[in-house]
Structure formats: structure tokens, C-alpha cells
Design a protein around this ligand. Structure first.
Ligand code: ADP
Length: 192
């Protein structure tokens, strides 16, 4: 199996690049943000619980997200070649839970790829996206909070995987095609 984590701050292009990589490598895309928005759209109790955190730019509690991802992995497992995780894990507790889930299935994360983008560029991208995305959290005010959450709670996830020698960083600025090419070069090297 090939299991990847696309890592990076809000607005770094994880979703865009994940869609391209899942096609190229025939992997399953698991995006915690998309799953949470789906729960909200379906007005489930999980979605209602998540909404207040998301709209405030805060992380949704670990137990909620871990349960949701664990269900998703179990549903998809039999037919897949591997997974690209996008937006998950976002805390060290989530990373430990993910490592355990995969170990139980006799597999593991192969590589964590971090997309590096400056705060100025992130802010600009998210505000632009907000004009078309309809996402209530894509505003200049919420970006600041989301970035703070990233710095305080999510960056330690990079260290967690650096200790496992699984972290590689690439520049997330430039053309979308160039970034896909840089990511694909990393994926192609895995296992060689
Ligand atoms: P972005 O990467 O642009 O912030 P996402 O769609 O990944 O967008 O996430 C949107 C919001 O959903 C986050 O600000 C957070 O409230 C919630 N969320 C997504 N993934 C997680 C997660 N793994 N743990 C906790 N909250 C999450």
C-alpha cells in the first residue's frame, strides 16, 4: 500500500494537489475538512457539533474527527491501493491514533509531504477562495485564527513524523502544475 499525508497550513493547496495525486496514483482521498462539510450539509449530529468550531476557525475535538476518519477507513478499506490523507492528522493525538489504525491493518504511513507557503500568500488565497467557495470560514478574520491553530497544534505533527524519518517539505508556491510535478517526484521515489 501507499499511504501519504499531505501536510501544510490552511490554503497551502492540499486539496487541489490531493485530487491530482489520487488520479495519478489511483489512491483514495480522505479529507477531514470535506467529510466535516458533508456531515454539516447532511445536518447530522456530528456536523452540528463540528459547525461551531469550524466557523470560529478552531479545530474540531480530536475524538469527533478520529471517530469519523476511522469509520471512513473501515468503509473503504477492502478495495483500495492506498490513501492520501488531507487535513488529517491535525494534532499529535490524531497522528498517534492514525498510526495505530494503520498498524491494526498491517500497514503504515509511507511519507508525509509538507507544502510550504508564506502567510501573506495563504491569506490572499483564502480570501480569494472565500469569494467563490461559499465557505463561512474563508474570511480574513478566521484565517488568523486558523493559522494560530495550525502553528500551535498542527505543526507538532510534522515533528512527530520527522522523528519517524517520514517528513519531506516542498515549496507550495508557483504554478499548480509545477507543484504537482514536485510532489509526484517525491511519490515516485518512495520505496526505491
Ligand atoms: P483548510 O485546510 O483550508 O483549513 P479544511 O477543509 O481542511 O480547510 O478544514 C476546515 C476546518 O475544518 C478547520 O478549520 C477545522 O475547524 C475543521 N477540521 C478539518 N480537519 C480537521 C481535523 N483533522 N481536526 C480538527 N478539525 C478539523
Amino acid at each position: 500500500m501507499l499511504n501519504l499525508i499531505l501536510f501544510g497550513p490552511p490554503g497551502s493547496g492540499k486539496g487541489t494537489q490531493a485530487l491530482r495525486l489520487v488520479k495519478r496514483y489511483q489512491l483514495c482521498h480522505i479529507s477531514s475538512g470535506d467529510l466535516l462539510r458533508e456531515e454539516r450539509a447532511n445536518n447530522t449530529s456530528l456536523g452540528q457539533e463540528a459547525q461551531k468550531y469550524m466557523d470560529a476557525g478552531q479545530l474540531v475535538p480530536d475524538a469527533v474527527v478520529i471517530g469519523m476518519i476511522s469509520n471512513k477507513i473501515d468503509q473503504q478499506w477492502n478495495s483500495i491501493k492506498g490513501v492520501i490523507f488531507d487535513g488529517f492528522p491535525r494534532t499529535v493525538a490524531q497522528a498517534i491514533a492514525l498510526d495505530d489504525m494503520l498498524a491494526q491493518k498491517n500497514t503504515q504511513i509511507n511519507q508525509v509531504i509538507a507544502l510550504e507557503v508564506s502567510l501573506e500568500e495563504l491569506t490572499q488565497r483564502i480570501v480569494e477562495r472565500g469569494k467563490v467557495s461559499g465557505r463561512s470560514d474563508d474570511t480574513a478574520e478566521t484565517v488568523v485564527k486558523r493559522y494560530e491553530e495550525y502553528q500551535n497544534k498542527t505543526l507538532p505533527v510534522a515533528q512527530h513524523y520527522e522523528h519517524q524519518n517520514k517528513l519531506v517539505a516542498i515549496k507550495g508556491e508557483g504554478s499548480i502544475d509545477d507543484i504537482t510535478a514536485a510532489l509526484s517526484a517525491v511519490v515516485d521515489r518512495i520505496g526505491q
